[in-house]
Design a binder for this molecule. Structure first.
Ligand code: FAD
Length: 323
């Protein structure tokens, strides 16, 4: 019987939608193995996040709420997760495949001497074992693996698990007492720098417009990529070429070493389609590529392609959309 723990991810008072993919994965595991799953929300004043998660079929929605947990600092969050998993004899801890999980879950797994799999896209049972499929090598390989050990940790790709249905009976909320003096203090929160753009987060948005090396400077990026994103009500993203050139911030990078996005529509503006970039966006439903080179590899994955100069095509597109 599975005894699962889903880690909720949230930012600025909003639940990250990718959490629901982890919940969907938990439902699938429980359907196959029996048992139940809990959801753990960590932070300060996170009652509202717990409330949002109550209709998703968890045995309980647990809340670890303390001023010391206001920011997602790795050592503290990992300790809370490990403590809860130990107390509840959790067999598997599940999070979304995200930057948050990359920082926190391996630390918690280490505290429990547990194995961990990242980027899981499917799971089924064979005998008494769970068999996982996970993405490797920038999406070029799908590995089928088994994980040993009494406790397992995994992160799941959001696009691989459909949003779970809400159920009529809401889960009870259970407040977890926090002994703040016992939390580790190896890491000190220094502050947060985030440009307020008014645009959605690329990992949450239904439309993402990303710019590549074709864009010559930050003003052009804002005018062309930002302009098209705004016309479509979407988020902006970037290839690593623009990040390396200092034109876009690292937080916008999509790809193997950047963010993983799976929107309904992805528009690649002057991006060649290197495998490391594709690794971050190829789960998109509809891909549109604009590139002056008809042989650019991005056209191999694009559903719609426009061959031409982005400096000419994008303003025309924005003008047409505004009409
Ligand atoms: C370990 C590793 C990890 C990496 N991780 C990432 C990652 O996470 N994300 C990522 O993006 N990359 C990553 N990269 C880099 C990746 O290999 C590519 O170098 C990068 O994606 C290229 O970015 P680009 O497509 O913008 O640039 P280019 O490959 O230079 O392509 C630019 C494209 O723009 C077109 N173009 C130029 N001018 C115009 C114009 N005026 N109008 C229309 N089209 C035009 C060109 O035809 C070309 O196809 C990684 C590389 C390594 C080795």
């Amino acid at each position: 019987m599975a005894n699962l723990l889903v880690i909720a991810e949230h930012d600025l008072g909003h639940l990250k939608q990718a959490t629901l993919a982890a919940v969907a994965c938990a439902h699938k595991l429980v359907a196959e193995a029996g048992g139940s799953f809990d959801i753990l929300v960590i932070g300060q004043n996170v009652g509202g996040i717990a409330e949002v998660l109550r209709p998703y079929g968890a045995a309980t929605v647990m809340v670890a709420d303390d001023a010391q947990l206001q920011h997602p600092v790795g050592d503290k969050y990992a300790q809370v997760i490990a403590d809860v998993a130990r107390q509840r004899e959790t067999t598997m801890v599940i999070g979304a495949a995200s930057t948050f999980s990359k920082d926190i879950l391996p630390r918690a797994a280490a505290l429990l001497d547990a194995g961990m799999l990242s980027d899981v896209i499917d799971v089924h049972m064979a005998g008494d074992d769970f068999i996982f499929k996970r993405i490797m090598f920038a999406g070029n390989v799908i590995a089928t693996v088994k994980l040993d050990g009494a406790v397992k940790f995994l992160t799941v790709r959001a696009a691989a698990f459909a949003q779970p249905q809400k159920v009529a009976d809401c889960s009870p909320v259970l407040v977890i007492p926090i002994d703040a003096g016992r939390l580790p203090a190896f890491i000190e929160y220094g502050g947060r720098e985030a440009k307020v753009t008014g645009r959605p987060d690329p990992t949450e948005a239904r439309v993402v417009v990303s710019g590549g090396r074709a864009i010559r400077n930050a003003d052009d990026f804002e005018r062309l990529v930002g302009g098209l994103a705004d016309a479509l009500g979407g988020a902006v993203g970037s290839s690593r070429a623009l990040v390396d050139a200092g034109i876009t911030p690292n937080s916008l990078q999509v790809g193997q070493t950047g963010k993983i996005v799976a929107p309904d529509l992805y528009v690649a503006v002057g991006i060649s389609g290197a495998i490391q970039h594709l690794a971050g966006m190829k789960d998109t439903k509809v891909i549109v590529a604009i590139n002056k080179d008809p042989e650019a590899p991005i056209f191999e994955v694009a559903d719609f392609g426009l061959v031409g100069d982005v400096y000419q095509i994008v303003p025309e597109l924005v003008a047409a959309l505004k009409k």
